[in-house]
Write a protein of this length. Structure first.
Lengths: 109, 114
């Protein structure tokens, strides 16, 4: 089955700086790569996703890049704000969705 | 806005007791997932349904866990008997199909086994 690894496990940035979280996957059949944000006590919420026919996707301050050859994809958050502080999960899906271990992002004011 | 409903939000149970969680997916979503999330880790897939059929339950500890989705709508996850190591957040998610689409998550049920 699919195996997703995520780095770093924790990330602390100053408000206004950029944050980058990276994930690798193992199953070459995976073709859908979502990123979820989870706030304390809540379920994960989708913030952006990318499909395998696209190399990059952007939505305001958030972007995701995909390298299918290397089997890795990354989340980029620019101009970080304190409300971006949360745990972020990547996932990969060829059918059932497997998640990375998560990155706790802290944005310091 | 449509949401995935889960109940209860919190459950405390003694070990060796039975416990059940309920999930009502977004209307029209054929795919339903149950995940277990241990504190500080990512969600781990327990079981995936497509309508009323189990698509993947390879990670479900079948000696004590069971899941059903009898009419292809809402679903129940049961643990019997509960063990201390079952303490975790149990998340339900649904999507319109089994691949390449967003999974919408409920708020989860936080289980504490004492």
């Amino acid at each position: 089955g699919e195996n997703v690894e995520q780095h770093p496990s924790t990330l602390s940035v100053q408000e206004g700086d950029s944050a980058v979280i990276k994930c690798t996957y193992s199953d070459s059949a995976s073709n859908y790569f979502p990123w979820y944000k989870q706030e304390l006590g809540k379920g994960p919420q989708l913030i952006i996703d990318i499909r395998s026919n696209v190399g990059e996707k952007k939505d305001q301050r958030i972007a995701v890049t995909l390298n299918k050859t290397a089997k890795h994809f990354s989340l980029h958050i620019t101009e970080t704000q304190p409300e971006d502080s949360a745990v972020y999960f990547c996932a990969a899906s060829p059918g059932d969705m497997r998640f990375g271990a998560g990155t706790r992002l802290t944005v310091k004011p | 806005e449509a949401e995935v409903a889960q109940s209860p939000r919190y459950k405390i149970t003694e070990k060796s007791q039975a416990v059940a969680f309920w999930c009502d997916p977004i209307s029209g979503h054929a795919t339903l997932y149950w995940y277990r999330q241990i504190l500080g880790q990512g969600p781990e897939l327990l079981v995936q349904f497509q309508d009323e059929s189990v698509v993947d339950d390879s990670q479900l500890p079948k000696d004590r866990f069971s899941a059903e989705r009898l009419k292809g709508v809402d679903s129940t996850l049961k643990i019997q008997p509960a063990e201390l190591g079952d303490s975790a957040m149990y998340l339900c998610a649904s999507s319109t199909s089994d691949s390449n689409t967003e999974a919408f998550f409920g708020q989860g049920t936080r289980l504490t086994v004492v």
